[in-house]
Design a binder for this molecule. Structure first.
Ligand SMILES: O=C(O)c1cc(=O)[nH]c(=O)n1[C@@H]1O[C@H](COP(=O)(O)O)[C@@H](O)[C@H]1O
Length: 242
C-alpha cells in the first residue's frame, strides 16, 4: 500500500477541549491523516463553531457523537448534524432498526434539501473498551462479543447504513458478511509495544488493516505523543508495512 492510500484510512481523534489545541493538531497532522474525528469532548466544549472552523481548513470530519435515543429524537438531531457538512457521523446500533433507519432517512432528506453530499452514517457496535467478561457480566449479553458485533453490523447494513465502528477483532467476519464496500472503522489501535489503557479489544495498525478495516481511528497514541506528526508517520509506516 502506498503512503497516500494509508493516509486516507487514518482518522485522528481530536480528543481535546479547546479550539486552539484542535486547530494546532490539525495543522501539524494534515499531511498524515485523511480525516479528523470530533468527539464529545471537543463538540461539547466548543459547539458547532469548531466544525465550521475545521472545515474552513479543508479537512474531512467524522463527527462522533454516538447518537442513541428514541427514533424521533435521533432523526431530529441527525437533521441538525447533517447541516454541519461532516463526512461521516455515528449512531449506536443498540438503538435498533427503527432508530437507525430514522437517522439515515432524515440525513438523506436534509442532504437532498441542502444540495450537500450525504454524510456516511455508521453504527457503533460493541465499544472497544468492553471485553468479553464485561460484555457478559456487566452488560448482560450471552455469547461472544464478536457474534453481537456481527449481528449488529448485518442489521446496520440491512437498514442501509454505510458501515460500522467495531474493533479489528471482528473486522474480518464483518468484511466477509457485509461485502467489500461496507465501511469498517476500527478504534482501539495501538502501535506495537504500547499500552491499551481503557481500551480492551486492541490491535496494531497492521493487524487492523489486514483484518479488513477500511479506516483506523487513533487518538492518544498520536495526540498525546511528544511529537504527534512523528507518531502519525510511524503509524502510517506500520500500515504500509503489510
Ligand atoms: O466511535 C468511536 O469513535 C469509538 C468507538 C469505540 O468502540 N471505541 C473508541 O475508542 N471510539 C473512539 O475512538 C477514539 C480512540 O481513542 P484512543 O484510545 O485514544 O486511540 C476515542 O475518541 C473514542 O471515543
Amino acid at each position: 500500500m502506498h503512503i497516500s492510500e494509508a493516509r486516507e484510512k487514518l482518522i485522528v481523534a481530536l480528543d481535546v477541549d479547546s479550539a486552539e489545541q484542535a486547530l494546532k493538531l490539525v495543522e501539524r497532522l494534515k499531511p498524515w491523516a485523511g480525516l479528523f474525528k470530533v468527539g464529545m469532548e471537543l463538540f461539547y466544549s466548543q459547539g458547532p463553531v469548531i466544525i465550521n472552523e475545521l472545515r474552513r481548513r479543508g479537512v474531512k470530519l467524522f463527527l462522533d457523537l454516538k447518537l442513541h435515543d428514541i427514533p424521533n429524537t435521533v432523526a431530529r438531531a441527525t437533521r441538525v448534524l447533517t447541516r454541519l457538512g461532516v463526512a461521516m457521523f455515528n449512531v449506536h446500533a443498540a438503538g435498533g432498526r427503527t432508530m437507525m433507519r430514522a437517522a439515515l432517512e432524515s440525513c438523506q432528506e436534509e442532504s437532498a434539501k441542502l444540495g450537500l453530499s450525504r454524510p456516511l452514517v455508521l453504527a457503533v457496535t460493541v465499544l472497544t473498551s468492553i471485553d468479553q467478561l464485561a460484555f457478559n457480566q456487566e452488560l448482560g449479553f450471552s455469547g461472544p462479543v464478536a457474534d453481537k458485533v456481527v449481528a449488529w453490523a448485518l442489521l446496520a447494513r440491512e437498514c442501509g447504513l454505510d458501515g460500522v465502528v467495531a474493533s479489528a477483532y471482528e473486522a474480518g467476519a464483518i468484511r466477509r458478511l457485509c461485502g467489500p464496500d461496507f465501511i469498517i472503522v476500527t478504534p482501539g489501535i495501538r502501535p506495537s509495544g504500547t499500552a491499551g489503557g481503557d481500551q480492551k479489544r486492541i490491535v496494531t495498525p497492521a493487524v487492523a488493516l489486514a483484518a479488513g478495516a477500511s479506516h483506523l481511528v487513533v487518538g492518544r497514541p498520536i495526540i498525546a505523543a511528544p511529537d504527534p506528526a512523528k507518531a502519525a508517520r510511524f503509524i502510517l509506516d506500520e500500515m504500509i508495512a503489510i
